[in-house]
Design a protein around this ligand. Structure first.
Ligand code: NYM
Length: 215
């Protein structure tokens, strides 16, 4: 079209179990896109800087015990409190590369297997949040992930839990979803990531509207 309006940025999400390489891949993608002149920022959830994020951080580090439903709602609130600045960045034309989001929220809580906290319950508080344009799921067998220098010491970083999380992620697959075999080299995974991200950015430039989660 002939409008002078700047096209919106794209929302590119990385999801996966712990130690699947999300952080490396998201950082490499941001470096690559910046070098090509793309206006891009790296975001990460949980955002441990906010007051809510500090409560989440204490829980993950085992310093506090929080009811499972309550902590689930804190993770969700931590996304809602960032919603406005997320929408502002995207509409200003900035592409956001995001390390974890609502799919992690639903997968990790549902993986606990607590009666009542099923996948539908877990998805409910995130309904209406900005939806990603592309979700890059880095798939890796928990056994292989564990061999990558071992899991850390945070809550959930156990093979059994990770297997359950991987199953819940499968139930969350949608039209934005791209599964990559993350057991390959950083470079091999990275070239797939670049291709998916560039296609998502192009679609947004061509006017693809931003969608909302799980309505
Ligand atoms: N996590 C992350 C959740 O349980 N719910 C959520 O909504 C989100 C975003 O927190 N084990 C879990 C997944 C991870 C941990 O770890 C955050 P990291 O290493 O900062 O991505």
């Amino acid at each position: 079209s002939s409008t002078a309006h700047k096209p919106r940025g794209s929302f590119i999400l990385f999801e996966g179990g712990d130690r699947c390489g999300k952080t490396t891949q998201s950082e490499n993608l941001v470096k690559h896109l910046s070098s090509k002149g793309v206006d891009v920022a790296l975001w990460k959830f949980p955002d441990r800087q906010t007051a809510i994020g500090q409560m989440i951080n204490a829980y993950l580090q085992g310093k506090t015990e929080t009811d499972d439903a309550a902590v689930h709602l804190l993770f969700s609130a931590n996304r809602w409190e960032k919603r406005e600045s997320m929408l502002a960045a995207l509409s200003a034309g900035q592409t956001l590369v995001v390390d974890r989001y609502a799919y992690s929220g639903a997968a990790f809580t549902a993986a606990k297997g607590i009666p009542g906290l099923d996948l539908e319950w877990c998805k409910a508080p995130d309904k209406g949040l900005p939806a990603p344009d592309a979700t890059i799921y880095l798939s890796m067998m928990p056994e292989a992930a564990a061999k990558r220098g071992g899991y850390g010491s945070e809550r959930y970083e156990k093979e059994e839990m990770q297997r359950s999380v991987a199953q819940r992620f499968q139930d969350l697959r949608d039209a934005t979803w791209h599964t990559l075999d993350a057991a390959r080299s950083i470079e091999a995974v990275g070239s797939d990531v670049t291709r998916i991200a560039e296609a998502a950015i192009e679609a947004c430039q061509e006017g693809k509207p931003l969608e909302h989660l799980w309505l």
